[in-house]
Design a protein around this ligand. Structure first.
Ligand code: OOG
Ligand code: MG
Length: 282
């Protein structure tokens, strides 16, 4: 799956330079609004860092939080946290090697059986993930994988449908953090399993496209272990005074390369203990 950048189905993916803002000063707020506008108008843009060197990591997270606040003002509710680029497959695919945290809201839930809403997306890609549902509040710093796992109520399989606001998925670390790590939609599987007695490092996932197994990975692909990724999320959020709340879902990052969604595609992720999830390409 190394040619995914070339095979992306894309509309409005011409990579417009950030438009209509001439003369306006850059700020985290402007970055947040511009990326939300790109999402709403289903239009890709080019790297913001290329235009504004001031977009450092702190400012990118600030933009991400401002965008969350705007989503909340329009009625969206936080449902959890999404980890980004936690696996080597993803790091290689997008050329970013530092994991990140971003926000999930109820508007991003794709109900089981619903096709990928392609008309609302620029160039969707799917990726299988291992998801946690939190039983207890998890607050860094100093959270270990074992502490993190002890706060988990259930483990689920998931498919995330990502959609970068950047043309060709060409972005830097700070671009993608500001862009809520290409958030689109997520669907969780029908099987929820207690973490006790599960060896998540060895939990396997087969990714099937149109009846063919195109990729596979185990949980160890995710930052060594999905619970390590969860601990990373808690410790990173703590730097901004935030915690992972009970009931939240944490998707721990794509286990394999993300696969471009084509119309009519049949996508399935099969897990050892977490069941199977299917999504139609729409
Ligand atoms: C970044 C999305 C990161 C993951 O699971 O790694 C992410 C991208 O690939 O556009 O959701
Ligand atoms: Mg993901």
């Amino acid at each position: 799956m190394s040619d995914t950048n070339q095979t992306d189905a894309s509309h409005n993916d011409a990579g417009q330079s950030p438009a209509g803002q001439a003369g306006q000063e850059w700020s985290a707020e402007r970055v947040a609004r511009q990326l939300l506008d790109a999402e709403a108008s289903v239009t890709a843009q080019t790297s913001i860092v290329a235009e504004w060197e001031g977009l450092d990591l702190d400012t990118a997270y600030e933009a991400q939080d401002i965008a969350l606040r705007i989503r909340q003002e329009r009625g969206e509710v936080i449902t959890g946290v999404k980890l980004g680029v936690t696996s080597r497959a993803k790091q290689r695919q997008v050329g970013v090697d530092t994991p990140s945290t971003s926000w999930l809201t109820d508007a991003m839930i794709l109900p089981p059986g619903e096709p990928v809403p392609r008309d609302k997306m620029i160039h969707p890609r799917v990726e299988p993930e291992i998801a946690f549902v939190m039983g207890e509040r998890l607050e860094g710093p100093g959270v270990s994988a074992a502490t993190a796992l002890a706060a988990v109520k259930h483990v689920l399989g998931a498919i995330e449908v990502i959609d970068s606001r950047f043309a060709g998925y060409k972005f830097t670390m700070t671009d993608v953090v500001a862009d809520n790590a290409s958030s689109g939609y997520y669907v969780t599987g029908p099987v929820s399993v207690s973490p006790e007695g599960l060896d998540l490092g060895l939990e396997a996932c087969l990714l099937e496209i149109d009846g063919e197994i195109v990729d596979s990975a185990t949980g160890a692909a995710v930052y060594g272990h999905p619970a390590e990724a969860l601990a990373f999320a808690a410790n990173t959020l703590a730097e901004r005074g935030l915690a992972i709340e009970p009931g939240w879902v944490v998707i721990t990052g794509g286990m394999t390369d993300a696969v471009p969604v084509q119309p009519g595609m049949r996508i399935a992720a099969h897990f050892t203990n977490l069941g199977s999830i299917t999504v139609s390409g729409g």
